[in-house]
Design a protein around this ligand. Sequence first.
Ligand code: PLP
Length: 456
Amino acid sequence: MNDIAPQSWEARADEFSMYGFTDLPSVHERGAVILTHGEGPYVIDVHGKRYLDANSGLWNMVAGFDHKGLAQAAKDQYDRFPGYHAFFGRMSDQTVLLSEKLVEVSPFDRGRVFYTNSGSEANDTMVKMLWFLHASEGNPKRRKILTRNNAYHGVTAVSASMTGKPYNEVFGLPLDGFIHLTCPHYWRFGKDGETEEQFTQRLADELEAVIAREGADTIAGFFAEPVMGAGGVIPPSKGYFQAIQPILQKHGIPLISDEVICGFGRTGNTWGCQTYGFTPDAIISSKNLTAGLFPMGAVILGPDLADRMQAAAEKIEEFPHGFTASGHPVGCAIALKAIDVVMNEGLADNVKRLAPRMEQGLRGIMERSDNIGELRGVGYMWALEAVKDKATKTPFDGKLSVSERIANTCTDMGLICRPLGQSIVLCPPFILTEAQMDEMFEKLEAALNKVFAEVA
Ligand code: PLP
């Protein structure tokens, strides 16, 4: 450890805690950022330094870090009924209310909700539901799961197998039967001379070919984030969902929209699937569901899967699955309040109204730089892709850790953003104002210029 005092918060964190997804050499040298509290979209560390958190924590703190109404909803529920489960035919009144609300705000006219503690567990649960209902319907071979390269669906053994990232090889994952298709990122994976429409068609053809190769009767479901988040904010290529959904429908393969990031307004509409014009068979929700104040995930089944799941469960008299804290009353009370806050306190409107301003500001930064190859995103989720050469889209040498250096420089300047591959991701809280957005642009551009000058 460098100049970090032995008894400092940073040293103590490094000695006793483990970090997830953290570049250890860098954190040993720089020290972790240890936070004590927040104000609106800012977080404040143990030294009193303020950071504009342009990542909303981990995409989830959409109402900022000190929303009084949300905290009050939690306190009230802790006073009223501080904990329960949803097993054995019992559940809290808040759980009942939240399920009704989630079906009401979903794109479905009917449905059913199952609760978990995280997005990973919600994806895991959905996979088990599909295995359960296909087997119950006499199709036990329907077990394979289709996702895409670069997708992020979580970290449990199943959701990590769905995740299309090479780092899972260290765990011996994916498990058998998890198949990853081409990532729908036209700028990076489109071939020379191929139009975006042709690229989309190539991906649809690939899906047909994979289904033919594997046999439709072996495939349980297809999972997709409307916009890939942790893959580096990758919106689908033009017409992507319209091209793949009919193929899935033809073969009886449910389409599951993983809306852990996109849900509740991140893309400018309540659901990402609405932004991209498709209705899935089920939705996976988490993160924004409680505005980040409680660990909670939800599987929201549309009418067809809800009926089939119910029938499968009735057949053996139960769905043998659940978590101790599924449908936790405090989580449900917070989620009910969070939905109200996002939809009725102007947060969703703020994203809709200011998304074009965010795009314009970031486009200006890209145009003024020789080393930003692509700006991509929608709503309040954007990424700038760093390149060595704009014309050829050649990435920087990975050893230079360009995006990590940019993010570290931003942190030094009081701006939190995230390096993902060679891109820098910005997904601020929905409360971000024009002035705070300008602060984000200024700090980001200064950091980009500094790092590009060092590595050019
Ligand atoms: N699905 C998506 C799209 C995500 O972005 C994430 C987390 O970032 C997950 C699932 C996993 O959620 P959790 O970290 O709550 O397990």
